[in-house]
Design a protein around this ligand. Structure first.
Ligand code: GAL
Length: 976
């Protein structure tokens, strides 16, 4: 008997999918530009779509012009099919969501066939002139393209452009464009960025007419000589032509230099000159920014000056459309950045939509343009088989480098090329760096993974703690000689996941103090939450992924809907370009009766511009209310200069309470990115101190009916707990040490250090029990003695509540002391209680937004008003949030509370335990009670979700403490 084996060839149509080469058939990369004369036809819109579960569908008959796709679904291009009801998104940080066996991919390889029929516009110039190109700006992860039945080729490199020559194939009407897209390909191994895996044609598809004699590729070299104040322009072009810049009187041949006095381009003053490149067949508008980037004196100098990058890492994100961004969304990002004093963007971790770079040129942002390359998942196997150290992959890496550089080389905003992110080390990266250096000598090269800086021009790190950054700043970090001579960047720091990041101000002070530290880029710009009908915003695991990294994908300064988080307000304040330091006059205290002026020290922290675009205002505020205000004449200081400016005389007769000066720098006139009056920077300082609340203990506790009355308070005689104050019901008043842990509290798993023993939850700080030891009502006080401790251990806190009253007001003094051997700080220390109803909240203290000990720079002392609902910060994964810091007094729910000393205030319609248990915002269901926390202290926030924890000075140590609150009825805010 003969045994016949039949082998089914599953590979026939999928060879290219698992091929390490970048593809075949595409034209060489070139600059991205919009021509004035050559027509273009957008092929964005509704396409026909069919999804197959595997890539081995041998049937490519759909590409034939006669194919009837009438029963196919429809899909929007640009778009990701998994966000349009076909399959679902997958989120992993660095693990590949498929077996690692490069370059092979799983059999389950969702494959989307896309079809679009189009006619050429009636005025389309000579259809068959042979030069038209079909351009794809971004397809994830691999595509094969047919036009009118002809196979054009295939490509990988998801966030890079690919063009095919299509001229001879075009017809006046009924052109059939067929694109088969595979979710997984060999290219996926190079695209392991920490983000959602989102297949599809997610950027524009365009048909470009190319006139005879038209421009093909060109390179604008526009440098600036700061000593002469002159720019030199040379435009190299594949097709010879002329370059004119009318405003500069420049009219030169391509390849020829011209020099003229110009205003340089910078992120602060993004001066662009309009020019034209004209060849025999086409006129291409140019937007020329003259600037020179050099490594000089161990620093990145631009136009002769070292710059300080105040940056963010920007992934492209839209909560409904994923990475298919429209122009408005891109512009919103740029405007939000400019309005928050951000001057730089790292396009983590791939070249953005090309229009984004136009916006950066126009509005002014320094850009680190990063190649679409990350192989982070290989870290799981000690980087064995890493494609970047395997020559077979080098052509693909070089193709990626070339596609980025050629596309983006003419943008003045792009000042640094980045080879990619977290791809280990290897020959492929060296080859990329070599290729880039040969092609463009005008920009330094960045890659964080190159610790020795063999291939790079800047020493770059991520998430280094303050102490290490300081050592690097002082040049004490050692390392190879080449590295020691290079400037330093934190390409990622201050992980903005959930509540935080803490410690921004301290990083910024280090950057300002040490020249070698040229700043950093906060990780990251926006939370990648996906709008979800049942969950609000979805994150990893919400689509049933078998491997995922949860809400680690929500770590931005913006919420998914682009509302700024408190972290962005903090960053804006910390990086403000003008420092305003108000100093009360030292003489006043020495010579009472005289009125020497207080002053404000103004320091220009811009790198290039003087202060003439700003107007300065002052306000004198008593108890948070403006008493007088005016404008402040400030000289147009040059960058780096400071001046001491006198404030007006302190208004007479206003020495009663606490007073502050607040000085602001605002835009004197509107700019392209903000209206006049927009606040750029501010400073505040107290003029006279606060009077702490005093309550004479004159009332005596009175017993009756199981109750104790003391002043406006009625207490339970057995437990000593307050039941009502001035008729307002209170429940559950007691010491509180727990907060719903933040992402930073929880820390990334690999960060927890076993030497520190069990963390908060391990110790049971979330399940403290309150043992009542004594209730003493006598003399002038009601005193309640307790011990607060979790089951299972010896740690605890003594807590004594002492109530006194002057008949109208009640003073509560809490004295607490740790018992046992505490090795960890406390999450919080204060009291909590429930109110039966509260809506409006008024307070005098820090505001308007959330603030914690190490995230408090943007908090200004003032009189603020909000509602309980608006005081919640909508972190995608619910966690401790919404505290207002340095509160002197607050009014809510019919009560007024004054603190001695100041306190942190939180109020919410759910308990801390409910907040702690919630996974999504939709899990939080408002109850009838408003839970109020008045904290003597909170532990700092830090950025330990991927970085250092709070600095030691922000630890809330378990140590003896005493703090008081004065309660009185305040009918104005009673809503019961
Ligand atoms: C970095 C990485 C980023 C992101 C971040 C954590 O290591 O470069 O892409 O994963 O950590 O959110």
């Amino acid at each position: 008997m003969s045994l016949r084996t039949r082998t089914v060839d599953h590979t026939r149509t999928v060879d290219h999918v698992e091929d390490v080469s970048p593809g075949s058939g595409a034209l060489p990369p070139r600059a991205w530009y919009a021509s004035s004369d050559a027509g273009s036809l957008s092929l964005n819109g509704t396409w026909r779509f069919r999804l197959s579960p595997t890539a081995d569908a041998e049937d490519d008959s759909f590409a034939a012009p006669a194919y009837d796709a009438g029963d196919w679904a429809e899909i929007s291009v640009p778009g990701h099919w998994v966000l349009q009801g076909h399959g679902s998104p997958v989120y992993t940080n660095h693990r590949y969501p498929f077996p690692v066996d490069p370059p092979r991919v799983p059999t389950e390889n969702p494959t989307g066939d896309h079809l679009r029929v189009f006619d050429l516009p009636a005025d389309w110039p000579t259809a068959a002139d042979g030069r038209a190109r079909l351009r794809f700006d971004g397809v994830e992860s691999c595509a094969r393209v047919w036009l009118n039945g002809t196979d054009l080729g295939d490509f990988k490199g998801s966030r890079l452009p690919h063009e095919f020559p299509v001229g001879p194939l075009l017809r006046a009407a009924g052109n059939v464009l067929a694109v088969r897209v595979h979710q997984w390909s060999a290219g996926s191994y190079l695209e392991d960025q920490d983000q959602w895996w989102l297949p599809g044609i997610f950027r524009d598809v365009t048909l470009l007419h190319r006139p005879a004699g038209g421009v093909v590729d060109f390179f604008v070299h526009a440098s600036y000589d700061h000593t002469a104040g002159e720019g030199t322009l040379r435009v190299d072009s594949d097709v010879a032509g002329r370059v004119t810049v009318p405003e500069l009187g420049i009219d030169i041949a391509t390849g020829e230099p011209a020099t003229a006095p110009v205003a340089p381009w910078s992120a602060e003053s993004p001066r662009l000159y309009d020019g034209v490149l004209a060849t025999g067949g086409e006129r291409v508008p140019l937007r020329i920014g003259f600037r020179t980037v050099e490594l000089s004196n161990g620093l990145i100098e631009i136009n002769g000056r070292p710059v300080l990058f105040k940056g963010v890492n920007r992934h492209e994100w839209h909560p409904e459309r994923g990475r298919a961004l429209d122009l408005d969304t891109m512009r919103r990002d740029v405007l939000l950045m400019k309005r928050h004093n951000i001057n730089a963007v790292r396009t983590s971790h791939y070249p953005p939509h090309p229009a984004f770079l136009d916006l950066c040129d126009t509005y002014g942002l320094w850009v680190i343009d990063e190649c679409d390359l990350e192989t982070h998942g290989f870290t799981e196997q000690g980087w064995r088989d890493n494609p970047v150290d395997d020559d077979r992959w080098t052509p693909a890496l070089l193709d990626r480098a070339a596609r980025m550089v050629e596309r983006d080389k003419n943008h003045p905003s792009v000042v640094v090329w980045s080879l990619g992110n977290e791809a280990g080390t290897g020959r492929g990266l060296t080859a990329m760096a070599g290729w880039i250096r040969a092609r463009d000598t005008s920009r330094p090269i960045h890659y964080e993974g190159d610790r020795d800086c063999r291939d790079t021009d800047v020493y770059s790190r991520m998430y280094a703690g303050h102490a290490e950054v300081e050592r690097i700043g002082r040049g004490l970090d050692g390392g190879p000689r080449r590295r020691r001579a290079l400037p330093f960047l934190l390409c990622e720091y201050a992980h903005a996941m959930g509540n935080g990041p803490g410690g921004l101000a301290e990083y910024q002070r280090l950057f300002e103090a040490h020249g070698r530290l040229q700043g950093g880029f906060v990780w990251e710009w926006i939370d990648h939450g996906i709008t979800h009908p049942g969950l609000g915003h979805a994150y990893g695991g919400d689509f049933g992924e078998e491997l995922h990294d949860g809400n680690f994908v929500c770590d931005g300064l913006l919420f998914p809907d682009r509302r700024p988080s408190p972290g962005l307000a903090e960053y804006k304040k910390v990086i403000e370009p003008v420092a305003l330091t108000v100093s009360p006059s030292r003489e006043r205290s020495r010579r009472p009766g005289t009125h020497p002026r207080d002053t404000v020290r103004v320091t220009n922290r811009y790198d290039f511009t003087d202060l003439s675009a700003l107007a300065f205002t002052w306000a004198y505020e008593a108890e948070g209310g403006t008493v007088r205000s005016g404008t402040l004449p400030v000289p147009a200081l040059a960058p780096g200069e400071s001046a001491e400016v006198e404030l007006p005389a302190v208004p007479a007769g206003d020495s009663a309470g606490e007073a502050h000066w607040t000085v602001r720098a605002v835009l004197a006139s509107g700019t392209a990115w903000a209206p006049p009056g927009h606040v750029v920077a501010w400073g505040q300082a107290p003029v006279s101190p606060r009077r702490v609340p005093y309550v004479a203990a004159t009332a005596r506790p009175a017993h009756g009916d199981g109750l104790v009355a003391l002043g406006p308070g009625v207490f339970d005689a057995r437990t000593g707990a307050p039941r009502t104050i001035g008729g307002v019901a209170l429940t559950g008043l007691r010491l509180d040490v727990w907060r719903a842990t933040t992402d930073n509290d929880d820390g990334a798993a690999w960060q927890s250090d076993p030497r520190h023993g069990p963390l908060w939850r391990g110790l049971g700080l979330h399940r403290m029990r309150h043992r009542l030891d004594a209730v003493e009502a006598g003399g002038d006080a009601l005193t309640v003695r307790t011990r607060v401790a979790p089951a299972g251990g010896e740690l605890g806190l003594s807590a004594v509540y002492r109530w006194t009253s002057d008949g109208d007001r009640l003073r509560l003094t809490v004295s607490t002391a740790p018992e046992g051997h505490w090795t960890v700080p406390l999450p919080r220390l204060g009291i909590r209680f429930g109110l039966s109803g509260a809506d409006r909240v008024r307070w005098y203290g820090g505001g308007p937004g959330e603030a914690y000990p190490d995230t408090r720079s943007a908090s200004a002392v003032g009189r603020w008003e909000s509602t309980v609902d608006d005081m919640q910060t909508p972190y995608v994964r619910p966690q401790e949030n919404g505290a207002r810091i340095d509160v002197r007094w607050a009014e809510l729910g019919g009560l007024r509370v004054e603190g001695d000393p100041v306190f942190l205030l939180t109020a919410r319609r759910w308990t801390t335990e409910q907040l702690d248990a919630a996974a999504h915002r939709t899990d939080l269901v408002p109850g009838d009670t408003v839970w109020v926390n008045l904290d003597h202290g909170q532990h700092g926030i830090g950025s330990q979700s991927c970085g250092p924890g709070p600095l030691p000075r922000y630890h809330l140590r378990a140590e003896p403490a005493e703090f008081s609150f004065v309660f009185s009825p305040h009918p104005g805010t009673h809503l019961a």
